[in-house]
Design a protein around this ligand. Structure first.
Ligand SMILES: *Cc1c(COP(=O)(O)O)cnc(C)c1O
Length: 386
């Protein structure tokens, strides 16, 4: 299925642009996706999976956007990862039939939503404690449904997850013993490894993760259970995870949109992705020859992984963001920047930046080609009071 394009009968209430507008006509701050870069990134990743045993299950937390999910699906993705129940619900409503929540869900309302969702799509979730298994089972009884459950193993990331030995096997046995749950395998993701800058450091972390995960696979096998899936990896380590050969699924997410932080990783050309996600901002003040102020601050761009990087201006550096402002320190030719000029910036971190916007303005060259709602952003369950 192709992404639902919004027809050119705009304006849509709340939409920042019209189809066919030029960059100059877009009100700022606006979140852009450069379609040429997005398509190249998705095609490049698909190609890297050809001839491997592993399947790509992209993480949708990076874009929260069903239109992008459908592009990934058309290029061979087997399903999607989500971090929240809301993301999973939005994807299923938009026609995605296979979702894995790579997280522990414990809130009883969310458990009910998850269990209900599994009547409409293949839904799986992660656990790292018997209490979560108990709660999932109870929710499936309440909703008369079944869920796939993966045991999350700590493979070096030090976030969630049980140690790879008997603790993992015990949990797998507990899941497999439930008539409401299906033991689907292991979640083996190391988030910390993704942003190690050097190629060799990331390769070593991926090898180490595969070693931990294979201990868990063996422990589970010793109880007579099979791991259908062993899933993990991200944009930073996927190539090395593929080389290590243990993971059956890779969960890379950021590769489609990219960000300035990932661009700081060393990588081989064939695994280098380009900056598809861009914030368009306008210069609103020029208080000094070497300073400009733009209209995109903390409410348009996430700064947790460093400042955004201006894409069209060499000698300009972002600093001191506030709610709706950010300062640019200018050198050389960048000092010709004038009030009203628009510029594009690569956000430091794609996932939290996406979450600040309602729309992705899809551009090709300098023309708006489509408008995509970031549908899973700020999503609230209809039954939840606001
Ligand atoms: C964020 C995340 C990913 C994707 O990581 P990227 O760095 O965006 O490729 C995969 N799996 C899990 C569990 C994650 O939290």
């Amino acid at each position: 299925m192709l992404p639902a394009m919004i027809p050119a009968t705009l304006p849509i209430p709340g939409a920042p642009v019209r189809i066919g507008d030029t960059l100059e006509e877009i009100e700022t701050p606006a979140l852009l996706v450069d379609l040429d870069h997005l398509e190249t990134n998705i095609a490049r990743m698909a190609k890297l999976f050809q001839g491997t045993r592993a399947r790509l299950r992209p993480h949708a937390k990076a874009h929260k956007c069903p239109a992008i999910a459908h592009l990934q699906l058309a290029r061979g993705a087997v399903g999607f990862c989500c971090q929240t129940v809301g993301e999973a619900e939005v994807l299923v409503v938009e026609g995605i039939t296979d979702v894995l929540v790579t997280n522990q869900i414990v809130d009883p309302h969310k458990l009910d939503r998850l269990a209900a969702l599994s009547r409409r799509a293949a839904v799986a979730v992660c656990v790292d404690h018997p209490e979560q298994v108990h709660q999932l089972e109870a929710a499936c009884v309440r909703q008369d449904s079944r869920l796939g459950v993966l045991v999350e193993v700590d493979v070096g990331g030090g976030r969630c997850g049980v140690p790879p030995g008997s603790a993992a096997a015990n949990l797998a046995e507990r899941i497999a013993g439930s008539s409401r749950l299906h033991f689907a395998g292991l979640q083996a993701y190391n988030g910390k490894a993704q942003h190690l800058r050097g190629i060799e450091e990331r390769r070593a972390a991926a090898v180490n993760a595969a070693e931990h995960a294979s201990v868990a696979v063996a422990a589970v096998a010793s109880r007579g259970l099979v791991c259908e899936s062993v899933t993990g990896g991200g944009t930073g380590t996927f190539l090395f995870d593929l080389e290590a050969g243990l993971l059956t699924e890779i969960q890379a997410g950021s590769y489609a949109l990219m960000d300035a932080d990932y661009a700081r990783n060393q990588s081989e050309p064939r695994t280098t992705f380009t900056q598809a996600l861009q914030v368009l901002a306008t210069v609103i003040s020029r208080p000094a020859a070497d300073r400009a102020v733009i209209d995109a601050g903390l409410k348009a761009i996430a700064f947790d992984s460093g400042p955004p990087e201006p894409l069209d201006l060499r000698e300009a550096r972002c600093q001191r963001p506030s709610d709706e402002h950010c300062e640019l320190v200018l050198g050389g030719a960048a000092q010709s920047l004038s009030i009203g000029q628009k510029l594009r910036l690569a956000p430091g971190h794609c996932d939290p930046t996406i979450n600040l916007h309602d729309w992705l303005v899809a551009v090709r060259g300098d023309r708006v080609e489509a408008l995509w709602p970031i549908a899973a952003r700020g999503y609230r369950w209809p039954g939840q009071s606001s």
